[in-house]
Design a protein around this ligand. Structure first.
Ligand code: MF3
Ligand code: CO
Ligand code: CO
Length: 273
């Protein structure tokens, strides 16, 4: 079995790949406004990756077993779309929420994977709270990460916070190891129990990307075989970072100039410790 521990050289390459993925989100932010189509956002991101960064979008033609090739450069998941929304003619309107999920491949062959939520115009109170709670879920999961911690610690922290807010956790999709392969071991579940599952070791790199629904957790896959919606049509939110496990904690790799700061409950915790 291939080791999940990255070499110092791998880690250096991953820092670059992950920063570049985050910089695509920085770049696209000002274009995410009323009247733009998801297809236009895709084209802008693809052009930026190719012509400014010299990266390749990992989703384009990505074809896991049982799927048709993914046809676009990014994922655009609007409102009740949980993940893997395919960019197209959909016009973004005031009140919509959208997740933009970016994965780049560097010329050296390393993958960086990150996503953020965006509001079009003024969000509803529910949409704002769902996006905030989901952001907190991601960071609470990340905050569990250190050498010798358990994968179940991450899932439990996420699940606990989502359920306390009255929300549900999607179980069909999870975080994943990443490096010179898009999706590799370990699977990082966004639910679970403390001190269960694989023990983390410094040098592992994986994503934390909780999908949280305002209603029930059940999903429905659309006829395009990619787009995943909430079965009950409730709103869904997702945030994603790629993270390196260190001896003392973690290093979030998918940070760039305009990454939102960690939520207050993470800052408060580190002040207390
Ligand atoms: N970026 C997604 C993830 O976080 C995967 C998208 S696969 C695609 O794992 F083909 F839909 F792009
Ligand atoms: Co991912
Ligand atoms: Co992603």
């Amino acid at each position: 079995m291939r080791t999940l521990i990255k070499s110092a050289q791998d880690i250096a390459h991953m820092r670059v790949a992950c920063r570049l993925a985050s910089e695509v989100l920085d770049y696209i932010t000002d274009f995410v406004t009323v009247g733009v189509t998801t297809g236009e956002l895709d084209a802008l991101c693809h052009t930026y990756m190719r012509d400014v960064q010299g990266t390749v979008p990992a989703p384009l033609n990505y074809q896991p077993p049982g799927y048709p090739p993914y046809p676009k450069a990014i994922c655009t998941s609007v409102n009740d779309v949980i993940c893997h929304g395919i960019p197209g003619e959909r016009v973004l309107r005031a009140g919509d929420t959208v997740n933009l999920d970016i994965t780049v491949i560097t010329p050296e062959g390393y993958f960086g994977d990150t996503s953020r939520m965006f509001f079009i115009g003024e969000p509803s109170i529910l949409a704002k709270r769902l996006c905030e709670v989901t952001y907190e879920c991601m960071w609470l999961g990340i905050a569990q990460i250190r050498d010798q911690a358990y994968l179940g610690d991450i899932g439990y922290a996420i699940q606990k916070h989502a359920h306390a807010a009255g929300y549900s956790v999607v179980r069909e999709y999870c975080g994943h190891g990443i490096g010179t392969v898009f999706h590799e071991e370990p699977q990082v579940l966004h639910y679970g129990n403390p001190k269960t599952g694989m023990q983390l070791q410094a040098g592992m790199i994986f994503t934390v990307e909780p999908m949280i629904n305002a209603g029930k957790r059940d999903i429905r896959i659309m006829p395009d075989h990619w787009t995943v919606k909430t079965r009950d049509r409730s709103l869904s939110a997702q945030w994603e970072h790629t993270v390196l496990v260190t001896q003392t904690g973690y290093e979030v790799l998918t940070l760039s100039e305009h990454s939102p700061p960690p939520p207050d409950l993470i800052n408060q915790r580190s002040v207390v410790l």
